[in-house]
Design a protein around this ligand. Structure first.
Ligand SMILES: Nc1ncnc2c1ncn2[C@@H]1O[C@H](COP(=O)(O)OP(=O)(O)OP(=O)(O)O)[C@@H](O)[C@H]1O
Ligand SMILES: [Mg+2]
Length: 483
């Protein structure tokens, strides 16, 4: 890429951001002008005639994205880079829909911005302009998350909603693969047509071809009448091929032929029919490994994998966990369940769990807590009842073991101090009598007095627990925080 310098107009109401961006771009040899509002931006456009416009979205006098389409209509060679702290999928899609060249969520990386400007300046001015008239997808955002990993996903989605490229969505179970497929369909020009999903792992192998391509009457035993396949049902819309890694080889061969020719022949049929369907495939399997084992066709992989979208595991973006958790509590409340809130400590604790079932596990947990928790606010002790403690570093017994050891050491030295009335002969028992009731009491308090769960967590037989409670005179139903 040849380096070109150009005129850059920077619009941000935060003077610090203007200075930082301005300095960085001037150092690259660009001519920079900075303004702080939409009105100033409008006034500067004609006289300054920038090559690149870098603009914030939330500006004091309005939404900076609203008239980007209009600006571009008047200055079609202009390249627009959107900066936004409202880093949602909607912003990314609106930015792309308005014809923006690049969208950078805040906080942005200065190097990335400098690179984006260089790319904008070298991009050919006759690059196809995306359709103008960016639309918002309503208030309900399909995908929740503001982590850098999700921003990357949003940007890819925004780039593919307007075209028909084949997409391969990758990610562990429960990371939102189907949701991404629905978002791509729902935000793009095919949204008025059907979104049809088929799960390769859920259909008997011998029926997959009939399901996908349809069958004629009498094509096989039991085929009493002609039946339309998923391709036909999805005509004009999107076909979501879920768990593609589980597709049998012969069906793969047939699918490849359909993708190459754009025509479907039903099972038992002779006449190929043209189909207009966008393909989005998904898998949680390692397709290159399946290819190496001879269980997946390499040519099909390349056909499907035109644009890969890799969804991060929830543990890779734990910063999004509180946001998602509260979103699911809201959703539960909207569906008629009691409205619950999440304490800050509980939210922080959720970030420390590693979520093997990803977003789906978090969603189920929030639903369960909504139903099970009697208090209005979900707190740490409620989480302890439903999450495996061992998976929560920091709250596992033993995290404060050093303090505990130190306390025992001090206690033992006191007991053994020279000058004590007489040598003890029950030191061990006396130590237990000090610490055991504390442990039992705290455990019961954390579990709302549930002796079955307490016994399980203490690793103790229920009868043993009951005997000890009697021995120490502990009332299990009473919160024992004071003890
Ligand atoms: N980013 C997200 N924001 C909000 N909800 C999400 C998000 N990701 C996933 N979900 C929710 O989590 C659940 C699981 O998502 P989805 O079914 O799309 O996962 P998947 O990757 O297809 O999983 P599997 O591989 O098990 O089929 C769904 O109920 C979905 O609505
Ligand atoms: Mg799925």
């Amino acid at each position: 890429m040849t380096r070109r310098s150009g005129k850059i107009l920077v619009v941000d109401d935060d003077p610090a951001i203007c200075i930082v961006i301005g300095e960085a771009l001037k150092r690259q040899g660009h001519i920079v002008r900075t303004v702080g509002s939409i009105a100033e931006r409008r006034a500067a456009m004609l006289p300054f005639a920038p090559d690149v416009l870098i603009t914030d979205v939330m500006l004091p006098d309005g939404d900076g994205l609203d008239d980007v389409g209009a600006i571009l209509a008047e200055a079609p060679d202009l390249r627009v880079i959107i900066l936004s702290a409202q880093n949602t999928l909607n912003t990314a899609v609106r930015a792309t829909g308005q014809g923006a060249f690049e969208y950078l969520p805040k906080p942005f990386d200065l190097n990335e911005l400098v690179r984006a400007v260089a790319e904008a300046l070298s991009a050919s001015p006759d690059a196809p302009a995306p359709e103008s008239g960016g639309e918002s997808a309503g208030d309900e955002l399909p995908l929740i998350g503001r982590s850098p990993q999700m921003q990357e996903v949003y940007r890819t989605i925004a780039r593919v909603v307007g075209n028909d490229l084949n997409i391969l969505v990758l990610g562990e179970s429960g990371t939102g693969k189907e949701l991404v497929a629905e978002a791509i369909h729902g935000l793009g020009p095919r949204r008025a047509r059907p979104f049809v999903a088929i799960n390769m792992a859920a259909i008997p192998r011998e029926l997959i071809e009939a399901e996908l391509f349809g069958y004629e009457k009498g094509a096989f035993t039991g085929a009493a009448a002609r039946s339309a396949g998923k391709f036909e049902q999805a005509e004009g819309g999107t076909l979501f091929l879920d768990e593609i890694g589980d597709m049998p080889m012969d069906a793969q061969t047939r699918l490849l032929r359909v993708l190459q020719s754009g025509e479907v022949t039903s099972v038992g049929g002779t006449r190929p029919v043209r189909v207009d369907v966008r393909i989005i495939a998904a898998t949680n399997q390692d397709l290159p490994a399946l290819i190496a084992e001879g269980r997946f066709r390499e040519d099909l992989f390349y056909r499907l994998n035109v644009v890969p979208i890799r969804l991060p595991a929830l543990r890779e973006r734990v910063g999004d966990v509180p946001l998602l958790a509260r979103h699911f509590l809201d959703r539960a409340a909207q569906s008629g369940l009691p409205r619950k809130t999440l304490s800050a400590e509980a939210a922080a604790l959720l970030e420390r769990y590693d979520w093997p079932g990803n977003v789906r596990e978090l969603q189920n947990l929030m639903k369960r807590l909504t139903v099970l928790t009697r208090d209005q606010e979900i707190q740490i002790q409620h989480l302890r009842q439903v999450l495996p403690l061992a998976d929560l570093p920091g709250v596992v017994p033993g995290a404060g073991a050093a303090d505990l050891r130190e306390a025992v050491r001090r206690w033992a030295r006191e007991q053994l101090a020279v000058g004590a009335p007489h040598a003890p002969d029950d030191l061990h028992e006396r130590l237990l009598a000090v610490i055991e009731p504390v442990l039992l009491g705290e455990t019961l308090a954390a579990l709302d007095g549930n002796q079955i769960r307490a016994a399980a967590m203490l690793g103790m037989n229920r009868n043993t627990l009951r005997k000890k409670l009697t021995h120490y005179d502990i009332d299990p139903t009473m919160p024992l925080r004071e003890r």
